[in-house]
Ligand binder design. Sequence first.
Ligand code: UD1
Ligand code: UDP
Length: 363
Amino acid sequence: MRLIVVVGARPNFIKVGPLVPALRAAGHQTDIVHTGQHYDELMSDVFFTDLNIPEPAWFLDVGSGTHAVQTGVAMMRLEELLIEQRPDALIVVGDVNSTLAGALAAAKIGIPCVHLEAGLRSWDMSMPEEVNRLVTDQLSSMHLTPVAEADENLVAENIDRDRIHLVGNIMAESVLRHAREIEGRQTCAAHGHTPGEYLLSTIHRPENTDRPENMAAILSAFASAPLPVLMPVHPRTRPLLAEFGVDESHSRITLIDPVGYLDMLALQRDAAAIVTDSGGIQEEACMLGVPCVTIRRNTERAITVEVGANRLVRAEQESILAGIDEALAGPRDWERPDRWDDQVARRVTEALAGGIKPLSGVE
Ligand code: UD1
Ligand code: UDP
C-alpha cells in the first residue's frame, strides 16, 4: 500500500519512531508529512535524530495558533497534499490537533484514515485532546488500540468490532527499543542531580497552565517536596514560571529547556518519582518502573493507575505532596499492561494486511 503518516507535535514523533520502519519493512511505500505544529529544535528536530525517524517528505509549516486556526490551516494543507498524492490510507497517531486535521481532511475526500492509539477516553470534554480523540475515531476506518478498555470505549460509540485491532502501546515499544541505548547515559548529573535523589516533573496541560491557582499550588508543593525537582519546561509553561517567583536561581526547582527523547528516558529512569500532567510520560513511567504522580482531574491512561504505577492528584499543595509521599514509599513491582511490548508495530502491519474496510457509504 501507499501510506502517508501525519506527525505534528512532540508525542507524535515518538509514536512513529517504531512504526514507520515496520511499515516499510512490510512492503508499504510510506512517507511522513510533518504539519509543523511543533517547530522548535527541541520540540521537533531532536526527536528525528534521537529516534532515527526518516525525514518528512513534506513540511506544512502550520505553526502555533488557536485550535481552529491550527487545525484549519493543517486541514487545508493536508487536503491539498492528499488530493495530489492519493495514498491508499492516511495514518494518524495520538490526539493532537494535527491528528484531528488529518482525519478530517482524509474523510472528506474518501481516503481511509487509520488511527493509532484509538479509543482512549478521559470523559472530559474540556480537554482539547478528548475532542480530537472522539472526532478522529468517528472518522477513522481502522482503529489500532493500546488497551482492551479502548476497544470497549469504541464499541460503545458504535464503531464496528471488525475495525478495531488491539495492537498494544507503541510508546511502550519505543521505550523498550531504546532501553539499551540509554545505559550509562548520565543526563541527571549534567543538570546537577544524583540518580534516585530527585523528582522529575513536566507540566504543560492547559488544565494546569491556564489556571494560576493550579500553577501556584504545583510550584509551592515542589518548593517543599522531600526531594529537589528537575523540570524540563514546555514552551507553553515557560513564560508562566517567573510570575510565580520560580526562575533559574530557585534552590529546590531546577528549570531546564525541553530535552530530547533519549535524555528524557534517562531522566525518567533515574528519578525517584515522576510528577506530570503528560499523557505519554504516565505510560513511560509505568514501563520504566518509576512511580508516577499525575496532576490532573482524570486520565485516559487509567490502566497505569490500575496496575499501581500511577496515581491521580488534585492541583492542590496537600494532595500533590501526599501523592509524592505515596509514590516514594510504594512498591515498584507492578505488572506491565498486556501488549505493552516490542511487537506493537508488527501487530499494526498484521492488521493492515487484513485490509482496511472503507467507511460505510463510500464503497
Ligand atoms: C500540544 C497538544 C497536546 C500535547 C502537546 C505535547 C493539541 C491540542 N495539544 O499542546 O495534546 O500534549 O502538544 O507537547 O494539539 N510552542 C513553541 N514552540 C514549539 C511549539 C509550541 O514555542 O515548537 C509554544 C507556542 O507559544 C504555542 C504553545 O507552545 O502557542 C502551545 O503549542 P500547541 O502546539 O498549540 O499546543 P501544546 O500545548 O504544545
Ligand atoms: N518528552 C521529551 N522531552 C521533554 C518532555 C517530554 O522527550 O522535555 C517526551 C516524553 O518522554 C514522551 C513525550 O515527550 O515521550 C510526551 O510528550 P508530551 O508530554 O509533550 O505530550 P503528551 O504525551 O502529554 O501528549
